[in-house]
Design a protein around this ligand. Structure first.
Ligand code: SAH
Length: 342
């Protein structure tokens, strides 16, 4: 059976037409699912019993089970969800002064192999479907009885490696008849899949693009991120410039600072050269140490020096506040779990 949450509103209309129903039923059903956040078709009280039965025969609502919930001293909450096929993924809820932000996973496992990231440690299993991406928001909203205002695709997986499902999930989340989170409040983070950046530029979605850059020379970047051997910094920067030009949106560059690796003034100087004149923002992340990882966090002094140098050169740089590290919910600390083997 198909998960009904995989459909965007247009697709759902087509499904209803195929069933011999009127289009407006699709809007009603879409609202029940994404606004009322129901967990059973029986709750759709303005839908006839007969149609509810038909829906039950054909679709599931793909409601996740919460396997584990951990709360950090800073209010961050990490969920381990059973995605109903024996696998489990993590999702993180963060509380900011402007509202709630959710960090969603896009794949079960990850193929990218970044040396500093825990999500790499275990093999890739499969892409998440759009409905499974959307359900991460719905499940958290149900559990916390809140409305989420921001979404970041910074959990497990490489969102642009699951392009169609991620873009469709954004269209679903974005729909005013559904969860209704503005595209400007949705960020996609990528390790740098260049052809997909060009493709995204053409989509006409106003979401924010974040690039995991992490180094300012090919030598260092390739050492940290194997994807750099496929698409080097020059190719990546060209794609970023195209994206900015085409969408008129500012790009965010993420740079995780690792002690005596990429945190000295030489690295900062090269970074300035790369980014000068670009409509961008640099997010400096004190690197989180992972099990068996060789990278460790830079000193506070080095981090501030790096930031100040960029700012002095006219590049807007801020240090990302670290949330949830006491429950392994911070950047790079999320993992998938196999329910059968662990
Ligand atoms: N695959 C995507 C999204 C997931 S990672 C990407 O690479 O962008 C989300 C962010 O956390 C990325 O910028 C990633 O590089 C960063 N990150 C990964 N491991 C980290 C670590 N150990 N410490 C700090 N940031 C890390």
């Amino acid at each position: 059976m198909e998960n009904i949450k995989n459909y965007n509103l247009e697709e759902l209309k087509q499904e209803l037409i195929k069933m011999g129903e009127k289009q407006y039923r699709a809007e009603q059903i879409f609202k029940w699912i994404h606004q009322e956040n129901i967990t059973s078709f029986d709750e759709m009280t303005n839908i006839s019993l007969e149609l509810r039965e038909k829906l039950k025969q054909k679709y599931t609502l793909g409601v996740f089970n919460i396997l584990k919930k951990q709360e950090s001293s800073d209010g961050t909450v990490k969920y381990l969800f059973d995605v109903l096929d024996g696998n489990a993924i993590e999702t993180v809820l963060m509380k900011y002064h402007f509202g709630y932000s959710i960090c969603v996973s896009s794949q079960i496992g990850c193929k990218m192999g970044c040396k500093f990231c825990a999500s790499t440690g275990i093999a890739f299993v499969r892409n998440l479907m759009s409905g499974e991406i959307v359900e991460q928001l719905l499940a958290v909203q149900r559990d916390q009885k809140i409305k989420i205002s921001n979404v970041v695709f910074m959990g497990i997986g490489e969102p642009l490696d699951n392009y169609d499902n991620v873009v469709n999930a954004i269209r679903i989340i974005n729909n005013p008849k559904g969860i209704n989170i503005g595209a400007r409040h949705i960020s996609i983070s990528t390790s740098g899949l260049v052809p997909k950046i060009y493709q995204l530029a053409e989509e006409n979605i106003q979401c924010t693009l974040s690039i995991s850059l992490h180094a300012s020379s090919d030598e260092k970047r390739s050492e940290m991120m194997p994807v750099n051997n496929l698409y080097n910094i020059e190719q990546l920067m060209k794609a970023c410039k195209y994206y900015i030009e085409k969408t008129n949106r500012r790009i965010s560059f993420e740079y995780a600072l690792a002690k005596e690796n990429n945190d000295n003034l030489e690295d900062a100087k090269k970074l300035v050269k790369l980014l000068r004149g670009m409509n961008c923002h640099v997010n400096l992340i004190p690197i989180n140490k992972i099990e068996n990882g060789k990278f460790t966090k830079s000193s506070n002094e080095a981090i501030l020096k790096f930031r100040d140098y960029l700012n002095d050169c006219g590049i807007v740089a801020t240090v990302r506040r670290e949330l949830g590290s006491d429950i392994d919910a911070a950047c790079g600390q999320l993992r998938r779990k196999n329910l059968k083997n662990s």
